[in-house]
Design a protein around this ligand. Sequence first.
Ligand SMILES: Nc1nc2c(c(=O)[nH]1)N[C@H]1C(S)=C(S)[C@@H](COP(=O)(O)O)O[C@H]1N2
Ligand SMILES: [Mo]
Length: 230
Amino acid sequence: MEDNSKLDKIVEARMKLKARFEQQMAETPSVSDTKPMGTGEPNRHGMPQLPVGQYKTHKWPVLDLGFKPDIHLSKWKLVIDGEVESPITLTWDEFMALPQTSDVSDFHCVTTWSRMDVPWVGVRLADIAALVMPKPSATHVLCHGYDKYTTNLSLEEALKEDVLLVHTADGKPLERDHGGPVRMITPQLYAWKGSKWISRIQFLPKNQLGFWELRGYSNTAYPWRNDRYS
Ligand SMILES: Nc1nc2c(c(=O)[nH]1)N[C@H]1C(S)=C(S)[C@@H](COP(=O)(O)O)O[C@H]1N2
Ligand SMILES: [Mo]
């Protein structure tokens, strides 16, 4: 019973958020572009399966800033704060107790490889947003990694259904190399928008560039516009 009412509250809050952002989400380029660049059949959000300038690989290269943080589950925490009504810090058990979402999506790296049809399990960022309730003034998020990495997203991108905080990939716990215990994925944007070893999601009243965005990567990162660098 208790669990059900908790879930009902999350769903209700999520529906409110969805209503608030539905229009803006529908207008994002990866949903609304009439001439998206790429090849192959339309995928589930209507874009050609392989974005322009990408090739398919079955390998999964590893990209990082030169070291891989080692976070034990007992020490792991995720802070969600900033422009929200109720900031929280989740422990591993609290995170795993949130509604879990399984999804299969594509992973497009700006260095031109795409890994198609990756099975993921994790928590929707939209479900976490529903817990903390972004204030009306919130427009962006800045995600932080345990390696001091940062990357920024607009709220209309961050709240898409397929943006997940994943702990499982290919049916096994996400490897440390790929950002385990938990990383974010952004299937409708280039993969650098998903922080590995995620430690903090900071809601913001304005845009604030992240690590690569400050060094010439695109603020927006739309794969079907070849929107790689600024
Ligand atoms: N914390 C953190 N997240 C990160 C990065 C990083 O260096 N640190 N690199 C980004 C880049 S540039 C890419 S392409 C993807 C790579 O993910 P992978 O190593 O699992 O392929 O993670 C992104 N997230
Ligand atoms: Mo990248």
